[in-house]
Design a protein. Structure first.
Lengths: 627, 385
């Protein structure tokens, strides 16, 4: 068997997003595999040498097909390219607006959605309906999950606004479920469950719910335990209540419990999934609750086709044909080319510049040499810095807070990473939180050098990351002339992970990472190579041991003058979403027996083809350690 | 008479109920007698020919293709079609409510006899939706001016009623519009006479329910022909939804591929006016085993397209176990239905402007569209200079 990487090359979706499902057929016309397809990321398949056809219809409706031949050689790839549907003129979104709504028990309150770009919004916390309107057509109300991108489309030939989940595994699964493409839905759900073993694992409530719908509609025994998990992780979800009611209706003893769940669901708002509304109504009628059913039935009368519950409505409580002459709600954001993102990007950049100036001032005042309190104003930014005795004698705790001097209080520094250098190679990292505050504990007294760290501008590591300090040039030069390994940088992340970068005599760099034992997840580090490229290395950690566990990786080709960053505590599914090159290079770069043992252990949690890839790399490059 | 086939056997199999309603004598401008909204509603629905022809097509397919099936051989067919076409006149009883109710009783009892039975339900005719309700209008719809929907079938209770039937596989195909006429909005609920009293408790059954169109949309047919959905459904059942799971193994049609295959076929035939929707409960179960390889629709050409009018195209089986297929030079793509297999596609040019070309081509359901890359003939090009 050979590991084949199969990928979708078009760029309409974020890299790694699951965009559909394909089947792989051999020369004897046997369907040998059914797999998900990711945008610009390969999916590994174990496949015997031979000639094959790969074909499928993506969740977007696009048909993809390619033929390829597999040999015994490693590193083969099959690329599918779509034929885009006939170009439809992009419907104008000028004069469009979007408003979020929160359900607070019998009432809906409007609130402002987060505008990611002129075509994409995100519902804020506790909102559950997005309304899109404008252009003299009936406004569209969509019941949507919080936190996931919602892609908007202007009124097309049908005269209706459009809204759908952004590309991703949950969107693909819901689309296939909605279309009744059971085979494709099964493939997506199976892929999801290779790394998501229970609700909550994925930190993606919509995906967990979609899996619940799939398990119930296919009559699988896992539906019961999965629904129990959903009830635990999403106790207030209408969808979960509906699914639970359906499940109880299958239990001989569950009649009264099913009735309770149906009543509860009908009082809790609307389900996100359109199928859930149909199930709820059918259930209410079956238990003889016509009043509840009638109240919800009107939503189906003005239903707009799609996997999410959607209807034309003046407000979420008033479904109807429209259009209405009401002005747009004051909380609405404008869409289209006149829209401006509501995220304060410009003010944040300006605030970082002001913070940098403030740090220079603090440094000039001897930051870190003694207990101190400093209040500095630079432009519109007020910065307070406090250095106090730490609980450990002889060390300091440090806190910094920023706030705007004028205008409403708003977060300007959230997510910015601060590096405090306390010695030639030692850096302490902290990240400003939602309150624009960052803290560090147990720093040694010294003339601290505090700087803002930047992530690489073009990066492949898209998870929330921590930018790392760069080694000081003269230390690197000194290390170059040293015949022994020399430490050139040491950094401690906000979570207490210690990173030590050493330069080896042959010019190679090793990164040793140490963190408290018992912490889960993989660490990823992205660093710059020459010619503007970057490399990504994954680092699993050995399980067990004493207080801390340690892993070591070679950073081949690193250009230490360029920004680099890490992301911590990544789930195993992140590994399955990486490219084959990154996975292979990471395994080969494992620079300690403990790290290689950790890879062997992690491989057990990976999908089959990825597991084989990891084990084959370990066997090829460290055969003495293989077992 | 509605029972057109009854091979009563003690072994399980497929029991079909096929309905095509298109006469509607109490509807249309001539037939509607009620006043107000009820009258307006009845006048909205007139006679149509496609449903009767669709039901006949489905029944004929079952009788020709499913009788000897190895998985679920045909055991019975209840057929009710409106007599409003020359083909359907006299073929079976009209789908009035009384006749349908009696047919449902017989069909239910046959299906209920064994949990390995496959219940096959097909309806084509006018449909009408209101909120969650979708009603299938039988031929005597609006016979009672004050209660026009008394002679209609509410899909949801019907499906839920069938959940009480022991047949472990139940396939429902509903071919009708799902629009909401303005007149029904004034009614709080559309009251129908139930065909089956649904139980409260629910047992999982392999029960895909495939609608011919999306909620709120129309379903289309061409006068004098079966509907687009019916044609696509039969193509799927006939083999396009089939897959082979092992070398030299059989091709089997499974329930989980029906909807996607129907929609693929609708797209293949041109810009579809409608999109089928699959719902219900479905894990994927085989319902038919093909006797041979399926025939796959193909559309073959050349790249660049200007080479096509000059190209003699051939499909050749590498081991010559299938006859060679040829197409003389023509401007239009080569459209045909070819047995699924591995072929070599050849292009030959008598004019010499292009060099001969060939490529391996795997013909596999649901369709194949391929333009063979060809290149200008370099040798002849030099000679011409």
């Amino acid at each position: 068997m050979t590991a084949l990487e199969i990928m979708y090359a078009e760029v309409p979706a974020p890299p790694g997003a699951v965009v559909g499902v394909i089947e792989v057929i051999d020369e004897q016309l046997v369907t040998v595999a059914e797999t998900i397809l990711r945008s610009q990321r390969g999916v590994l398949l174990d496949i015997a040498p031979g000639r094959y056809l790969a074909q499928g219809r993506l969740a977007s409706g696009e048909w993809v097909r390619t033929s390829f031949e597999v040999t015994a050689a490693p590193g083969q790839r099959a690329v599918l390219r779509g034929r885009p549907n006939a170009d439809e003129p992009e419907a104008s979104m000028v004069d469009g607006w979007a408003c979020a709504w929160r359900y607070i028990g019998r009432r809906w309150l409007p609130t402002r959605p987060d505008l990611v770009d002129p075509h994409t919004v995100v519902l804020p916390i506790r909102a559950s309906v997005l309304q899109v309107g404008g252009g003299d057509v009936a406004s569209l109300c969509v019941v949507a999950p919080v936190g996931l991108p919602l892609v908007l489309r202007g009124p097309g030939p049908s005269g209706t606004w459009g809204c759908s989940l952004g590309p991703g595994i949950e969107a693909s699964l819901l689309q296939y479920l909605h279309a009744g493409d059971v085979a494709a839905a099964r493939t997506v759900a199976r892929a999801a469950r290779e790394t998501v073993h229970a609700p909550g694992d994925s930190h993606n409530a919509m995906l967990d719910t979609a899996i619940g719908y799939h398990l119930l509609s296919t009559g699988q025994d896992e539906a019961g335990p999965w629904l129990e998990g959903l009830l635990w992780t999403q106790p207030d979800s209408v969808d979960v209540a509906v699914l639970n009611a359906c499940h109880l209706m299958r239990q001989r003893q569950g009649r009264s419990a099913a009735r309770e769940e149906l009543i509860r669901a009908s009082s809790g708002g609307l389900p996100v999934v359109a199928r859930g509304l149909s199930l709820l109504l059918a259930g209410l009628r079956s238990i003889g609750e016509p009043v509840h059913a009638q109240r919800l039935d009107r939503y189906l009368s003005w239903h707009v086709e799609g996997p999410l519950t959607a209807f034309t409505g003046r407000t979420p409580d008033e479904p109807g044909p429209g259009p209405w002459n009401d002005p747009r709600p004051p909380e609405a954001v404008r869409l289209g080319r006149r829209a401006a993102p509501t995220a304060p990007a410009t003010p944040a950049r300006a605030a970082r510049g002001l913070l940098s100036e403030a740090l220079d001032i603090l440094q000039a005042r001897g930051l870190g040499t003694t207990r101190q309190y400093e209040a500095i104003t630079v432009g519109d930014l007020s910065v307070e810095a406090t250095v106090i005795d730490s609980a450990t004698e002889g060390l300091f705790d440090f806190e910094m807070r920023g706030r705007p001097l004028t205008g409403p209080r708003r977060a300007l520094l959230t997510g910015t990473t601060l590096s405090v250098q306390t010695g030639p190679t030692t850096h302490w990292l902290a990240t400003f939180d939602q309150a624009d505050t960052c803290r560090l504990r147990g720093l040694p007294p010294a003339n601290w050098v505090a700087t803002i760290r930047d992530r690489p501008a073009q990066r492949r590591l898209t998870a929330r990351s921590i930018p790392l300090p760069r080694p000081v040039d003269n230390l690197v030069l000194a290390a170059a002339t040293n015949e022994d390994a020399t430490e050139v940088m040491r950094a401690i992340t906000p979570s207490g992970t210690l990173l030590v970068l050493t330069r080896q005599p042959a010019g190679r760099y090793l990164l040793e990472v140490s963190r408290p034992s018992g912490e889960d997840g993989v660490l990823a580090v992205e660093y710059g190579l020459g010619r503007g490229e970057s490399a990504l290395r994954l680092l699993p950690f050995p399980v067990g041991g004493t207080n801390r566990s340690s892993a070591v990786v070679r950073l081949d080709g690193i250009d230490i003058r360029r920004p680099w960053h890490i992301a911590e505590n990544l789930a195993a599914r992140f590994v399955a979403e990486c490219t084959v090159e990154d996975l292979t290079a990471s395994v080969r770069a494992a620079a300690s027996a403990g790290t290689r043992r950790a890879w062997r252990s992690l491989a057990a949690d990976l999908p089959s083809a990825y597991r084989q890839q990891v084990l084959s790399q370990l066997a090829e490059y460290h055969p003495d350690e293989s077992h | 008479m509605t029972t057109v086939y009854d091979k009563a056997a003690d072994r399980p199999g497929t029991h079909a109920l096929v309905i095509g309603a298109g006469h509607y004598p109490y509807c249309g401008p001539a037939g509607a007698t009620a006043s107000g909204d009820r009258g307006a509603l009845a006048r909205r629905f007139g006679p149509i020919t496609s449903p009767s022809l669709s039901a006949l097509a489905v029944a004929r397919w079952l009788l020709s293709a499913q009788c000897d099936d190895e998985i679920a051989p045909l055991r019975s067919v209840e057929l009710l079609v409106s007599p409003n076409t020359s083909a359907s006149a006299g073929a079976a009883d009209s789908p009035t409510h009384r006749a349908v109710s009696a047919a449902v009783q017989r069909w239910y009892q046959r299906c209920d006899a064994d949990e390995d039975n496959v219940a096959f339900f097909f309806f084509s005719g006018h449909g009408c939706a209101r909120g969650q309700q979708l009603l299938l209008l039988l031929d005597d719809f609006a016979e009672s001016p004050l209660a026009p929907f008394a002679n209609a079938v509410d899909v949801d209770p019907f499906i839920r009623g069938m959940n009480g039937c022991r047949a472990g596989t139940q396939c429902f195909f509903v071919d009708g519009c799902r629009q909401t006429p303005a007149e029904v909005l004034d009614f709080s609920r559309l009251e129908t006479a139930p065909l089956i009293q649904p139980p409260f408790e629910w047992t999982f059954r392999e029960a895909p329910l495939i609608y011919s169109t999306t909620p709120g949309s129309a379903a289309f047919g061409t006068e004098g022909e079966p509907t687009d959905f019916t044609t696509a459904l039969l193509a799927a059942l006939d083999g396009l939804a089939a897959r082979r799971r092992r070398p030299d193994g059989p091709w089997e049609v499974t329930t989980d591929r029906l909807t996607a295959t129907i929609n693929d076929f609708l797209l293949w035939r041109g810009t579809p006016r409608q999109k089928a929707v699959g719902t219900g409960e479905c894990a994927g179960r085989p319902i038919r085993r093909l006797a041979g390889d399926p025939r796959v629709p193909v559309r073959l050409g050349c790249d660049p397209r200007e080479a096509l009018p000059l190209a003699e195209l051939r499909l050749v089986h590498p081991r010559a176990v299938r006859p060679e297929l040829r197409r003389a030079p023509r401007a239009a793509p080569w459209e045909d239905r070819v047995l699924a297999d591995y072929y070599a596609m050849h292009a030959r040019f008598a004019c010499g402007r292009f060099a001969p070309a060939n490529a391996d081509l795997l013909i596999h359901p649901p369709h194949v569209e391929f333009d063979l890359p060809v290149h200008a003939d370099a040798v002849l090009g030099q000679a011409n200079r």
